[in-house]
Design a protein around this ligand. Structure first.
Ligand SMILES: Nc1ncnc2c1ncn2[C@@H]1O[C@H](COP(=O)(O)OP(=O)(O)O)[C@@H](O)[C@H]1O
Ligand SMILES: [Mg+2]
Length: 307
């Protein structure tokens, strides 16, 4: 596949982060790419793909998926922005965002019309990756948004105010609810990615999520579709995990990525070092799985006519 050379221009227009910085994490990131051998650069979408990572259940792997898919895409030349829409701010923590009470966050963008580009920060040691962090104020946003004009479309407006032509992906980490924050994500995106944990009750509540996507699609965002389902925390030793995976595949067919993300201690350790597993332990099974999943997402775009 012939691709234009990967531009190293940053989203902020400077080139300070050009090349591979000589730090332990950057070297690890580089090592992860080396593990896969040399390959063609991944295709860049024609226009920025905006993907919400959603499931109203907590603990299914939304944040882990957002952070690691974003890191893997960025490590393969894609320019990626992570929007942390969960008041708990786990994605911001995992991506090493510095926050204090002065930090401008996605809350200020939604409620005070702050420019998203101004509050996004570059992710340490991963060139081409930025994060618009969440702060605890976001916990009040569900209520504050209620009285605002176009309350469901605040995030969409924030994206529209910017030329995103120098970004390839925006990944939105949704909170574990179907409230106004998640609705804002679904109105602002084109694609929904649903991580499903390979556990008992995995499919419970999924109907409600699908109905919500349909509601948003019919009333607020006709361009919305569920494009990707990722099976997470898969433990191949248990029959249950296999049964859940089979059931999800028979239900959702080709929406389900071939790659399964295994349960891996390294994946769960990484956030406490303010890192993605892609940099924390690039050769671990979890990192390799997220790299494969990200590759599928990047290459599938064409088949799905995205961008
Ligand atoms: N593949 C995995 N292997 C092991 N632990 C995982 C894996 N994926 C996620 N976890 C852990 O499971 C917990 C929930 O994951 P998280 O991504 O925070 O879910 P959500 O954002 O949906 O609430 C976290 O402690 C995370 O570190
Ligand atoms: Mg989360």
């Amino acid at each position: 596949m012939s691709q234009p050379p990967v531009s190293r221009e940053t989203w902020h227009g400077d080139t300070a982060r050009e090349g591979v910085p000589d730090t332990p994490i950057a070297r690890a990131a580089h090592a992860a790419m080396e593990v896969r051998g040399h390959e063609d650069p991944w295709p860049r979408p024609k226009s920025c793909r905006v993907i919400s990572v959603a499931n109203q259940k907590g603990g299914v792997g939304k944040t882990t998926t957002t952070v690691n898919i974003a890191a893997a895409l960025a490590m393969h030349g894609q320019r990626v922005l992570v929007v942390d829409l969960d008041p708990q701010g786990n994605a911001s923590t995992a991506l090493g965002m510095e926050r204090d009470n002065q930090t401008r966050s996605i809350y200020h963008c939604l409620v005070e019309d702050e420019e998203i580009r101004k509050l996004a920060q570059p992710v340490p040691d991963i060139p081409n990756l930025w994060c618009a962090p969440a702060t605890i104020d976001l916990a009040g946003a569900e209520i504050e948004l209620v009285s605002l004009v176009a309350r469901e479309a605040r995030l969409k407006r924030a994206f529209a105010a910017y030329d995103t032509s120098d970004l390839d992906y925006i990944l939105i980490d949704c909170p574990p609810s179907l409230g106004l924050l998640t609705v804002n994500a679904m109105v602002a995106c084109d694609e929904v990615m649903i991580p499903i944990q390979c556990e008992y009750y995995a499919l419970e509540g999924l109907g409600q999520l699908l109905r919500n996507v349909e509601l948003v699609k019919s009333h607020l965002n006709t361009g919305l579709s569920i494009t990707t389902i990722l099976l997470t925390m898969y433990d191949g030793r248990t029959r249950l995990a296999q049964q859940v995976a089979d059931e999800v595949r028979s239900h959702f067919g080709e929406l389900v990525l071939d790659t399964l993300v295994p349960r891996s201690v390294r994946v769960s350790e990484a956030p406490s070092y303010a890192q993605s597993v892609m940099t924390y332990d690039p050769t671990s099974t979890g990192a390799v799985a997220y790299l494969e999943a990200a590759r599928e997402i990047a290459f599938r775009a064409e088949g799905l006519n995205v961008g």
